[in-house]
Design a protein around this ligand. Sequence first.
Ligand SMILES: Nc1ncnc2c1ncn2[C@@H]1O[C@H](COP(=O)(O)OP(=O)(O)OP(=O)(O)O)[C@@H](O)[C@H]1O
Ligand SMILES: [Mg+2]
Length: 394
Amino acid sequence: MAGVTLRNVTKRFKNVVAVNNVNLEIRDKEFLVLVGPSGCGKTTALRMVAGLEEITEGEILIGDRVVNDVSPKDRDIAMVFQNYALYPHMSVFDNMAFGLRLRMLPGTIGRLTRRAETRAINDQIRKRVETVAEMLGLTQLLDRKPKQLSGGQRQRVALGRAIVREPKVFLMDEPLSNLDAKLRVQTRAELIKLHRQLGITSIYVTHDQVEAMTMGERIAVMRDGVVQQVDTPLKLFNEPANLFVAGFIGSPAMNFVPSLLEGDAGGGYVNAGSFRVRLPDCMVKSSSKIDAYIGKEVIFGVRPQHIYDKYKSLVPATADNMIRCNVDVSEPMGSVVTLYLTSGQHFMVAEVDAETRAVDGAPVDLVLDMRKTHLFDKETERAIFDEGTVRDAD
Ligand SMILES: Nc1ncnc2c1ncn2[C@@H]1O[C@H](COP(=O)(O)OP(=O)(O)OP(=O)(O)O)[C@@H](O)[C@H]1O
Ligand SMILES: [Mg+2]
């Protein structure tokens, strides 16, 4: 087992900087998800770890060994791609055993006759393939050819083929994107279970933030080749370091409202023109940066999940946290209703209780959970409430 470390890693393709000075530490046995929009450099980063792409600058370590000049086959890694290809003419068993057969050639076991050795190797291979097949629910399918399998089953064979090799590090690049939505959710859960069983250090690439949130022990969010924030799913959701992470993680996306930050003896206020709400005192007092922004334009952020219908609010409605909006459209989703709202010139989205009284085209009173709100610097886009901010006084 081993962790993976990227130290100041950069990859340039002529004038394109695909990966820009990335520092990342994936711990031993950890499941880390690398997430970001298309073209942000996820695949390139993974291919450098695999040894399939040369590193322009920096170092990659597997365990404590620098692997920059180590060939892919000597890195003890296994990789599963989106477009995995199974050998169509081989059975499931042979697809899974193929890589092992190449590795365990006669001469690797010791002083047996050649025939005895071949038999010993075949036994070992059979045992390993059968164990992994059992784990992945493929036991009954070992004699089938790939074309006799469903998409999900094929995907599991591709995973199995990688797992039988017992790699130190497992690299996955959007391995579920060919599956339909239901199968994807199911396979997602299976992959997590498998990781708990095997404990192989894993890097999982996806552009889907829901997949990242549900699978990652930690998530690294990338944008334009640069890692924006690395943390647990909850920490990214609750304390995004900048506007990009705030908007990328969470669905529906966080509302951003350009506002004026006002402060007086009474406390700190967010003035969005069409509404004015008050920041909790504990947040204002404990934040080291906020004073510098009083009287300035900031971006106010609030998640749709932290806006309540006044009549169904989890936080008491007061003059300091209520806003009146117009309901443009409401979408009943079953357990919640998504409201598309207008407040003055601002468009906002709220996800409220299914029993909301909101009516399309009519005003609605909503309550913001101010302890869950965010402020961002307009220029640098960095979060103003930093790690030291106390959000809950009690
Ligand atoms: N071989 C290459 N030659 C030139 N540019 C490349 C090459 N491979 C990737 N790039 C560029 O590097 C950047 C990062 O590409 P990469 O494939 O790593 O993105 P990605 O995050 O995996 O995107 P996606 O989610 O679409 O798979 C892109 O701008 C891409 O066009
Ligand atoms: Mg990619």
